[in-house]
Each structure stands twice: as structure tokens, then as C-alpha cells.
Design a protein around this ligand. Structure first.
Ligand SMILES: NC(=O)c1ccc[n+]([C@@H]2O[C@H](COP(=O)([O-])OP(=O)(O)OC[C@H]3O[C@@H](n4cnc5c(N)ncnc54)[C@H](O)[C@@H]3O)[C@@H](O)[C@H]2O)c1
Length: 446
């Protein structure tokens, strides 16, 4: 086998070719990161549209600059392809494909399995394969490795190296990007760990190695479960404090001045994105194999799932009390369709849930989101799909019975909204800077 020493020396002198499979929110920045370090890179994706866009130097992810892509793709050592036979020509392959839940909320690892099957025939002695997709402990060892071994006739940790390294990418975060976040790496042999650490050390400031792939998989789930549970906690506190006429955001601002033992999490209209609402349930599924229940995860899921309904009931109460109107027939503007601020990603967005709940109740709906030009094609009410964002003007804002703030993008002119004296249901505390304290009859924090 290409020895560990040969591999590490190719990494050290940047003569290695790095492959990234799955060029989405995680894979594309990773590919750019390695290209920027001077490596030859090959990006793989089954989505031909993405390949064509990359070849033209265009971006399909709002917060990733077309300029950086054009620069990378103009380098003859960088390419993008849907031809998996080119996997034979790389030294390391990082797998960044989706890991959603099935309709019945069980792990859907079909993308990982499909990728493993696609690359196995081209696997070479001495290559390193790392899995970056978030998944349950055991996936690398029990799913990825056997498919690679069967399809290639090679043996993991003997003929090729295998490791797991979770991605901690936080799209839209201006402080931390792929190449500035410490990376956890786990592998089941010292050699696989050593080559994977050498690879990642070239692009991130710190590599944290752990004793096995299972452990690294557990680290990633722990981070996301921690977030899901703490968000559920503040969501529950929001409902309780609101009944007591206490503002949960004011409570959190004060509580976080404690210099130890308290980390601030913020309530909202529910959980969204490809990670936090989904990943915890990967552990729930795996725990069943050990006859164990994940009670915290289930409870957090229950509370977080309930949030859109809570918001709708607060909106209904506000329309009733302040406008003498029912939801049916009321004109409601949802502000923000993305699942979190400053991104163009609507996956699992609670705003879409809010749209559906309100549509079912007969509200007349529009939305405003400077990052999302139309309602995505995947929603269950076809009549809502394809609708475009309104223009953010005083006249438009005033024409609604209620404005429901679901995502607090920095780009939105909140002052303009505050000036219109309209009924606002604010799930993000976006208006506190503009409408102070309890002095507005027209502001409901929900
Ligand atoms: N988005 C995030 O913020 C984030 C953060 C940390 C971890 N993750 C994890 O990273 C993984 C990828 O997430 P993402 O947000 O980048 O997903 P994404 O949907 O943005 O990108 C995945 C890409 O994989 C491609 N793909 C699907 N099947 C493929 C196959 N068989 N072969 C090659 N390409 C294939 C898709 O076309 C797509 O371009 C997931 O496991 C996710 O949980 C995501």
C-alpha cells in the first residue's frame, strides 16, 4: 500500500490531489479551502447543474462568492465532475452528501451508501476516504467501510485509509468559516488517524483527534443535540414567561451576564435547517438497537415542533384582541422564509410550516425575504409554491392585518416596519431596538 509516509509527504508538499464528493453547503467551501491551500482538487456531484455552474465560475449558494469559485475553477489543477471514475486519480476523498430523515423520521443514509457504491470500483490502494456527513455512531465502520471493501476488493485500514470527520460549517456566520473552525477527526487505526489528521491540518487551525470513527460521529451528534435541547428549553421558557407577562429575551440578556455556567440560547418560531431538527433523531434510531430511549431528544423535538403552532395561536389571539378579526380572511405577511438569518436556505424552515398552518386556517398570505425569491417547490400546498417575495415598502407593509416576523435577516429595514404602526408578531425579538419595552400595543413577542 502507498505508505502512510508517502501519503503524508504528498500532503505536506501539496502535491496530493483532493476529491470532495457532494458540492453543497458543506462540500463546496471545503473544496475551495483545499484549492486555496494549493492542492489539486476535484469536486464530484451527481447534480449536473452544479457542475455546469462551477465550470462557468458561478455560485449557487448565496453566501459563497462567485469570485472565489471563478478563481478556483480557472486553475487547471481544479475541476468539477459527475464522472466518478475520476475518483481513481485522487489521493483523498471527502464525502459530504446529505443525511436527511425518511418520511417516517428514520436516518436516510442512502446518499452515503450510493456514494460508497459509486466510488468503490475506482478505489485505489493508499487512498484516504473520510466521511463528513452527520450521522449516527457506527456509520463509517458498519456502512461505508463494508460497501467500499465489497465494491473494491480492498481492505479498510490495510489497503486504504478510512476516517470520519464531522463538518461544523455554520452557513452565514461571518466570524467562522470552514477553514477557521477546529475539526474533530476519528479513525479506527493509528495510521488512518494520522493520515486524516495530516490532511485536515493543512486547512484548519486545529485538528482534535479522537480514538475512533464512532467517537467522532458521537461528537457531532452531541454538539447538535446540545443545541436542539437548549433551544427547546428557551422555547418552553418563552411560553411560560409570556403567560407571566415576562419578556424571555430580557431574561436571557440579563442571565448571560453571569460569567460562568450559563450559555445563551434564543427562542424562535421552531427549529430549521438540515441539521438541528434532524441529526438528534439519528441517535434516537441507533439507541433503539441498544434498547435505550433518548428522552431529552424526544422532549426537545416535541417542544420545538410545537413552536409554529404556538406562534399561530399567538397571532390568532392578537388578531382577535387588537383587530377584532379572525385568521380566516386576514392578510398576513410572513417576514423571512429562510430557516435562520442571513442565509438563503429554506430546508426544514419553520416559516414554511407557519405558511402552511396559516393557509389551512384561511389567511391570505404573502412573504418578504430578501434572500429567497420564491416559495420552494417542495411544499405540500401547490397554490403557495412559486409565489414571489413582496417589495419591502411602507405601502405594502401597511396593507397587512399582521406582520409575522419569522427570520430576522440583518438586511431587512426593521426601522421602516417600526414606523408603520402595524400589528407585529415578533418571534425573534427583531423589533426590540425599534419598539421599546411594553409600550406598543401593536407588538406581540411570540
Ligand atoms: N448545511 C450545514 O450547515 C451543515 C453543517 C454541518 C454538517 N452538515 C452535514 O453535511 C452533510 C451535507 O450537507 P449539506 O448542507 O452540504 O447538503 P447539500 O444538500 O447542500 O449538499 C449535498 C450535495 O451532495 C450532492 N449529492 C447527493 N447525492 C450524491 C451522490 N450520491 N454523489 C455525489 N453527490 C451527491 C447533492 O447534489 C448536493 O450538491 C449532511 O450530512 C449535513 O448534515 C451540514
Amino acid at each position: 500500500m502507498t505508505t502512510k509516509i508517502e501519503f503524508i509527504s504528498k500532503i505536506t508538499n501539496t502535491s496530493a490531489t483532493i476529491g470532495v464528493i457532494g458540492l453543497g453547503y458543506v462540500g463546496l467551501p471545503l473544496m475551495i479551502g483545499f484549492a486555496e491551500q494549493g492542492f489539486s482538487v476535484v469536486g464530484f456531484d451527481i447534480d449536473e447543474d452544479k457542475i455546469i455552474k462551477l465550470e462557468k465560475g458561478e455560485s449557487y449558494i448565496e453566501h459563497i462568492d462567485a469570485e472565489g469559485i471563478a478563481k478556483m475553477m480557472s486553475n487547471p489543477r481544479c475541476s468539477a465532475t459527475s464522472d466518478f471514475s475520476k475518483a481513481a486519480n485522487v489521493d483523498a476523498l471527502m464525502i459530504c452528501v446529505p443525511t436527511p430523515l425518511t418520511k417516517n423520521r428514520e436516518p436516510d443514509i442512502s446518499f452515503i451508501a450510493a456514494t460508497a457504491k459509486a466510488i468503490a470500483p475506482y478505489l485505489q490502494v493508499g487512498q484516504l476516504i473520510t466521511l463528513e456527513s452527520t450521522t449516527y455512531p457506527g456509520t463509517t465502520r458498519e456502512v461505508l467501510q463494508p460497501i467500499l471493501e465489497e465494491g473494491s476488493g480492498l481492505r479498510a485500514h490495510k489497503d486504504f485509509f478510512v476516517a470520519y470527520s464531522p463538518e461544523r460549517e455554520d452557513p452565514g456566520n461571518s466570524q467562522f468559516g470552514t477553514t477557521s473552525i477546529p475539526k474533530v477527526v476519528g479513525a479506527d487505526t493509528a495510521d488512518s488517524l494520522e493520515v486524516a489528521v495530516a490532511l485536515y491540518e493543512t486547512v484548519v487551525p486545529q485538528v482534535v483527534s479522537v480514538s475512533s470513527a464512532d467517537t467522532a460521529e458521537a461528537v457531532k451528534l452531541t454538539e447538535n443535540i446540545y443545541r436542539a435541547v437548549n433551544v427547546a428549553l428557551v422555547n418552553e421558557l418563552k411560553m411560560i414567561f409570556s403567560a407571566m407577562d415576562i419578556d424571555v429575551w430580557e431574561v436571557i440578556e440579563a442571565a448571560k451576564t453571569k460569567p460562568f455556567g450559563f450559555t445563551a440560547f434564543y427562542p424562535g418560531p421552531g427549529l430549521g435547517g438540515h441539521c438541528i431538527p434532524i441529526d438528534p433523531f439519528y441517535l434516537t434510531w441507533k439507541a433503539r438497537e441498544f434498547k435505550l430511549n433518548t428522552r431529552f431528544i424526544e422532549l426537545a423535538g416535541e417542544i420545538n415542533h410545537y413552536m409554529p403552532q404556538y406562534v399561530v395561536s399567538e397571532l390568532a389571539k392578537a388578531l382577535n384582541d387588537k383587530k377584532q378579526k379572525s385568521v380566516k380572511g386576514s392578510r398576513v405577511l410572513i417576514v423571512g422564509l429562510a430557516y435562520k438569518k442571513n442565509v438563503d436556505d429554506t430546508r426544514e424552515s419553520p416559516s414554511l410550516e407557519l405558511l402552511e398552518l396559516l393557509h389551512k386556517l384561511g389567511a391570505e398570505l404573502d412573504y418578504y425575504d430578501p434572500h429567497i425569491s420564491q416559495i420552494p417547490m417542495t411544499r405540500k400546498y401547490p397554490e403557495l409554491v412559486g409565489k414571489h417575495s413582496i417589495e419591502w415598502t411602507a405601502d405594502n407593509i401597511k396593507s397587512y392585518d399582521a406582520i409575522l416576523i419569522s427570520t430576522d435577516h440583518d438586511q431587512i429595514d426593521w426601522k421602516l416596519l417600526a414606523e408603520q404602526n402595524v400589528l407585529i408578531i415578533d418571534t425573534r425579538n427583531a423589533m426590540s431596538k425599534y419598539i421599546q419595552g411594553k409600550n406598543s400595543d401593536n407588538l406581540v413577542k411570540a
